[in-house]
Structures are given as C-alpha cells and as structure tokens.
Ligand binder design. Structure first.
Ligand code: F6R
Length: 605
C-alpha cells in the first residue's frame, strides 16, 4: 500500500530523509516512487520512477540539494498503471503545488471533468491528480491551508494526502481521512509519514492524526483542525519499539526471519495472559465480553487473518460450544449481515488498517454489535475504532506474506476459546498448561525441518498444486495454499480432503502435486484414505503429519512433526507450510518479501 513521507525543516536537506524514509516504508509494497522538493519561490522539483527505489535513486541527481521542504511517496497502483507519469508526487498546471496521496478519491471523475472544463491540464490516469489541481483552483499558491480546507469539502473517499507549495516553503499541509498519517516531532524539523517506522532514526516523539484532521506542520509547530475548522489537540507519545526489531537480523529475507522468530513472539503473546493452568480473563477483555451477554461470535477478516479466523471458529466451537461464523470482510460489509442481539463481532488484522475489515467493524457498530479486535499494529485504526482490542504482540511484520502475525492470531484465539470454555463450565486446564510448551516445541519443529529445502526444490518446478486436509487441517491447508500462491506464484487450491471425489479428483493425474496436512488424530484415517485416492491416480504427495500417528504414510515427501494435542497444534503445523512456500519461492528466484501485485497493508477496498 502506498507510503507517504514529508519533511519540513528550518534549514537542512529534506532529500536524504525522504529517500531513506521511503526505503523504510518499502515493506508496505509498491510499484513506483517519487519525491518533490519546494525551495523558496520558483517551482517544485519532482523526480519519480516506475519500479524499485533504486530506479528513483538514479534520478535524484536532477533535484536541488539543501532544500528543507519535501514530500515522498511509494505508490501501489489503484487507478492507472504503474508508470513514471502515474507515480506521485503530482503537481498543478504551473508546478507550484505538489501532493502525495494514499487511498482513493471516489468522485475523481466528476472533479476531473469540472477542472478540465476550467482549463486545467491533467497528465496522469490517476484519481490522485485531481488534488493539486483542486488546490490550484482554490488559490493554494497563496494560501495552501485555506485551499486544502476548501478542497476537503469536495473530495469524497478514504484517503490521506500531503501538500506543499513553492510559495510557502515553511509548511506541509496534511490531511487524514481514513488512511493513516503520523507526525514525527523533531527539533527545528517535523516529519510526516504513513507510519512511525519512516522517521524512527530521527525521532521517537510522535502524534497520530485522527480521521478528518487537517494539520498545518511547520518546522516548529503542528496545528491540527477538524475539517470544520475547530482546533483540536492530539497528544504526543513516545514510540517504545526499536527499528532494529524490524531489520533482517542476518536472514536473507524478512519472511524467513519472521518464520524463525515465531517461538519467541509466541512467548511475547502468552506473557501475562497464561499463568499455570489459568488464563487471565481480564487480559483478554472477557469481563467486558461477559457484560455484553455474548451468545454468538461473528469473525471478520481478510486473507491470512481470515484463515486464522477459521481456526478460531473450530477451537471456540469445539471447546466453548459457542457458535461462530467467519466472513471475509470484503463480503461481510456488503451482505446486509444479520447480527442478532448477543453477537460479538471479532475483527482480526495484522496491520489494523485493512479497509474492508475497518468497514466491517464500522458496519457492526452501526448495527449496534459490540466489536472486539485482535490486532498486531499498536495504535492502528482498527485498534482505535473497536470497542475492545487485544494485541497479538508479534512485533513489526515486514514481509508482505504474513507468518508470525498469523500464528499469534491463532494463539490469541486459542486463549480466547479456552477461557470462554472455562467460563461456560468446560475448563481444559491440561490445554492451558500446555500452552507454555509451544515456544519450545516451535524451536524443535524448526530444527527438524532441514529436509524441507530439498522437498521444496521438487515443488518449484510445478505449475499447480492441491492442498488437502480435514477440520483444522483444512483451515491450515487454506493458509498453505495462499502462501505458495502469493510468494512462489504457483497456482494452488485447498480442498477438504473428503470433498475431492466430488469433482476435483478428475484433475489428479500422473505427477500432480498434492500437499496433505494430517494432524487431527481423530480424522487421520479418513485423510489417509484420501491420500491413497490421489496416490492411486499418480499424484506426487508431500505430507505434513503428526509424528505420533501410527500409520505408514504412502507418500513421496514426508514431514513428521512432534505435536501436542491437535487443538494446540495449528501454530506448529503452520511452520512447515510456511517454509515449504518460502523455499519454493526462493528456488524459483522470486522476490519473497515483496511479491508482485501485493501490498502489506491493504487500505483500499
Ligand atoms: C497474506 C497476507 C494477506 C493479509 C490480508 C489482511 O500473507 O498477508 O492476506 O492477511 O491482507 O491483512 P491484515 O491482517 O493486515 O488485515
């Protein structure tokens, strides 16, 4: 998703900060990038380029140095292809005003037609370009803040943008309407960015803009107003996490680092919440949930977080016997959902900024349902807009493909299921006690998986692969197939193992790759029969199985895991599926951390 940075200083050179800030936002995913600087008078100077930041770096020589005002952007295309021209910053007709924008301007066609009729010349295919022209139309070259306020009344959509003008070299005007924006407070210089990571080397003091805020940021001051013009105060805070946590730590890719650090983050996630054989209900907000008299859960999430929700459903239904529905957020928001009294809406999200998940929560609140969020990014919009929030404590997840955020989401859902079960007279002290064995088991699983590198080499030559499993294993299979699609670009489909014979079995022929997941002991025999079915038709089978199962596995590549109770196993079983996808992508030479067409934080619907 697009990344925004801005620098306004009394003196100094904005350019090195802007470029480094963009680098630190690279993890969000992007397809083009650009920077604009505005010195005293003259016009704004812009450099932009399709592709990686290295391409932009090659063009920075055209920009002036020692200019203390500038904005930068990494773009993830929504309207118009990823090209040099469509990259941000965009400017007005006379190169006086430059803007960078994240999100979508829904009424851009209407605005563009109106501005063209007034004589404005557009050069890009983007929705974003209406902003500098609108600012020009409202006299932004004389009064940038006034023009932004006027423009705000016309723009519709979910977005954030920064504007600078060559005539006003002491200011950035920043607007937040849904997409996140944070201001970093320096000494004689202030920063603006989509997230704090962009300016952490410069300052740890920050403040978060709220939806509807318009901020006038100068080297010394930050004045914030609502779009109606009422002054508001947003309290500064100190960022207490370290950017080093987000560095690769010697691994070739962030994804591998994040897979490997799962046992550690599981400890962080359990800390303070599980003591001996009981779960601290207050740490999960359960007294609050009880007051709401909850009788049903509706989980909403997207992608990997949705897959964690499927595991949550199985655990909560089996352990606590509370009915749970799980919906993909982009569907839920438009399906006129029926939320009966007593329904708790549980939103799951790593970034806390996924537009569809946010919209689902806002719909649920509108319908009067209490909302509970399981979130990784502290201070994110979802965390702030839900009635109750539980953090997963996975730390910054940089690789686009989610791994450690997914398994910590499962852990939070497991604790929730166990505590709801206890409250309903179905305690499972054995499982609660066993939770703390997971980090050590995770280390063991990782240590046992050296052979997966070669197993993945074989898979790397394939075009299609099926993933099968039953129950919890089917939910895991769904996540396994998403991982291999998104980073190895191999077409993959997950099926309930028992469903294959109802149609899909027709596709199995000599050499068809099938990955089978078999950790649910109660259903192992049944899945074994399904493995035999595909083997009989020539499939090549990779199987991830519970090592305690007594069966002989008639498969081509076997991964045996040392697993505890099947209800606690999903986080462990996820590891070989993540590593299989990772090594397959590496063997295929793909850009593992930043797969094509994908963004880390999906702030458009
Ligand atoms: C896949 C992946 C995505 C996200 C999805 C939701 O590896 O990362 O499918 O899970 O875009 O994102 P969050 O969790 O930030 O709401």
């Amino acid at each position: 998703m697009c990344g925004i940075v801005g620098f306004v200083g009394r003196q100094g050179d904005a350019l090195p900060f802007l470029f480094d800030g963009l680098k630190r936002l690279e993890y969000r995913g992007y397809d083009s990038a650009g920077i604009a600087l505005a010195g005293q008078g003259g016009t704004v100077s812009v450099a932009k380029a399709q592709g990686k930041l290295a391409v932009l770096e090659g063009r920075l020589g055209t920009l002036p140095r020692a200019v203390p005002l500038g904005i930068g952007h990494t773009r993830w295309a929504t309207h118009g292809r990823p090209t040099d021209v469509n990259a941000h910053p965009h400017t007005d007709c006379h190169g006086q005003i430059a803007t960078v924008h994240n999100g979508i301007i829904e009424n851009f066609q209407e605005l563009r037609a109106e501005l063209v009729a007034q004589g404005h010349r557009f050069v890009s295919e983007t929705d974003s370009e209406v902003i500098p022209h609108l600012l020009e139309a409202y006299g932004g070259d004389r009064d940038l803040l006034g023009a932004v306020r006027e423009a705000e009344r016309r723009l519709r959509g979910a977005y954030a943008f920064l504007a600078i003008a060559a005539s006003q070299p002491d200011r950035i005007v920043a607007v937040r309407r849904s997409s996140p924006l944070v201001i970093g407070l320096g000494d004689g210089v202030n920063y603006v960015a989509s997230d704090v990571g962009a300016f952490l080397p410069q300052t740890r003091r920050a403040l978060v803009l709220e939806n509807g805020d318009v901020a006038l940021v100068t080297p010394e001051t930050v004045e914030i107003q609502t779009s109606e013009g009422t002054a508001v105060h947003r309290a500064p805070f100190t960022v207490d996490w370290d950017m080093r946590q987000a560095e690769r730590g010697g691994y070739p890719h962030f994804m591998l680092k994040e897979i490997m650090e799962q046992p550690q983050v599981w400890s962080d996630c359990l800390l303070g919440r599980v003591r001996g054989d009981h779960i601290e209900a207050g740490e999960l907000g359960l007294p609050w949930v009880q007051r709401k008299d909850v009788r049903r859960l509706q989980i909403v999430a997207a992608g990997t977080a949705y897959h964690a929700g499927l595991i949550g459903k199985a655990l909560i239904e089996r352990l606590a016997r509370i009915p749970v529905d799980v919906a993909v957020a982009s569907e839920f928001r438009y399906q006129h959902p029926v939320l009966e009294p007593g329904t708790l809406v549980v939103a799951i999200s790593q970034s806390g900024e996924t537009a569809d998940t946010l919209a689902s929560v806002s719909l649920a609140r509108h319908l009067g349902a209490p909302t509970y969020a399981i979130v990784n990014a502290v201070g994110s919009t979802l965390a702030r807009e839900s009635d109750y929030v539980v953090y997963t404590h996975a730390g910054p997840e940089i690789a686009v493909a989610s791994t450690k955020a997914y398994t910590t989401q499962i852990l939070v859902l497991t604790m929730l299921a166990l505590e709801l079960a206890a409250e309903r007279g179905r305690p499972r002290a054995d499982l609660v006690r066993a939770l703390w064995s997971l980090p050590a088991l995770g280390e063991q699983v990782i240590a046992s998986l050296a052979s997966i590198v070669e197993m993945a080499r074989r898979l790397a030559g394939e075009r299609d692969v099926f993933y099968i499993g039953r129950g919890l294993d089917y939910a895991l299979a769904m996540e396994g197939q998403l991982k291999i699609k998104e980073i190895a670009y191999i077409h993959a489909e997950a099926y309930p193992a028992g469903e294959l014979k109802h149609g899909t079995l027709a596709l199995i022929e000599e050499g068809t790759p099938v990955v089978a997941v078999v950790t649910d002991r109660a259903m192992a025999e049944k899945t074994l029969s399904n493995i035999l079915e595909v083997k009989a038709r020539g499939a090549e089978v990779w199987a991830v199985v519970d090592g305690a199962l007594p069966h002989d596995w008639p498969v081509d590549h076997l991964i045996r895991l040392d697993l505890p109770d099947p209800l606690l196993s999903p986080v462990l079983t996820a590891i070989p599926l993540q590593l299989l996808a990772y090594w397959t992508a590496v063997h295929r030479g793909q850009d593992v951390d930043q797969p094509r067409n994908l963004a880390k934080s999906v702030t458009v619907e």
